[in-house]
Design a protein around this ligand. Sequence first.
Ligand code: NAD
Length: 496
Amino acid sequence: MKADLLASVRTFVATEHQLFVDGEPRPAHGGARFDVQDPASGAVLTTAARAGAADVDDAVAAARAALPGWRRLPAGERGRLLWELGNRIEALAAEFLQLEALDNGKPTGEAAAVDVPLTANGFRYFGGLATKIEGATIPTYGGLPVHVSTRREPVGVVAAIIPWNFPLLNCAYKLAPALAAGNTVVLKPAEQTPLSALRLAQLAAEVGFPPGVLNVLTGFGPEAGAPLAAHPDVDKITFTGENATGRSVLAASGGTMKRVSLELGGKSPSLVFADADLDAAVEGTFGAVYFNQGQCCVAGARIFVQRPVYDAFVEALATRVHQVRLGSGLDPATTMGPLVSASQRDRVLGLVRSGLAAGAKPVVGGATDPAEVDGCPGGYFVEPTLFVDAPPDSDIMRREIFGPVGMVTPFDTEQEAVALANDTEFGLAAGVWTRDVGRAHRVSDEIRAGVVWVNIYGWFDVAVPFGGFRASGYGKEHGIEALDAYLQTKAVWMGL
Ligand code: NAD
């Protein structure tokens, strides 16, 4: 990495970060601030403004004021700005990799392969769609003497509340369709990872987004997220995060009849049939559990393996997990970084402890103390763990772990595999590993989840709809369908 780029990243990180409201940085009312930490060391990197209810009022007012101008801007111009933003992010990829590694802890190689390109593509894809939002002419059922047409209009002011596991990418998932559809946005990044959202807002201003179209409130859920969710002048909430938080956002929004999209957690299964390409299944399920330190909503951590290949699979997956190299996300040799915070580390270690107490057997890891990593004293590391014999009703098989912990369980029949896969309140994703095309179709049909990957796992593309069933939430991100969440249809009747 070039020294001048590294220096500019360090300068940005060390800035006393402010909120971004109405096109400019500004302090929080009362001047409150919070620490931003490096999860690989626990060191304080910088501080950021800590938004409260008065800041929410200001940001919503700025978004409301910017709405008429933004929605009336020619769609081609809105699209051009989004496209330009995607290009800028791609051009500054090296900078964003550093930011994500510093703020979230993820390895730069993973951010280079996933976070940054998907973010850039997200802005470009929806930039292209901005000019394809069309209504229809409706022939009336009763043959009335009228001309009826529909218009698809932006919902208005959108509040986007996002988690810390893909800090930059989650911005794109929310902002790109919302802005393409002509809405203005107040974005609240997670308190653990505010930096890439703030850099994104700077870039948006540089490429020419008008003031107030995109506002960023850094701060905590109860202080900034909750007043946003309840704000009477917010028209729509798009939320990604934990199930319990999603419920409280839904409750808070109910009083004002806002529209709500919820992308919540999961407890996704991976089904490995005896006829599968075992090497591919091992590598795929390894990624399903351990990618992003296991901090993925789609983590396929409940692994069910057909009995004839069970022993061989467990041995091969254990060998693969042993190859993990813990370290700072900034070290190119690192294959697994720290968890995002001390509290997440402690939560995951608590779940490992509960698994052991319930009788699950670790074939790899199982440590209940933080992992010590050379060169990273104080980092929030957890040893990757692979369990067998986890009781079906244990917390590790029921609750989202959001850490590098997988459980392997044998099964005999296809029917049993489907029943095990669906034995969860969630319905976000699933993996199926088989060479039998008929089985792949049957099982995909039976699984209650918003995404099924067959012989791959965790692939994303901005053109393909993504979102959960059941307790994993509702409303799709990505694809043309994602625009629907940010549009409302108006019917215009004209008497002839
Ligand atoms: P979280 O629910 O704790 O926080 C998410 C966001 O909500 C943060 O910005 C937080 O500050 C805010 N928040 C917290 N309390 C709030 C409140 N009362 N009102 C409004 N906002 C509030 O989730 P997290 O720990 O940051 O993220 C992990 C969770 O996100 C996991 O459950 C994971 O599965 C889920 N997730 C889901 C998807 C998906 O697409 N389905 C993607 C990524 C992460």
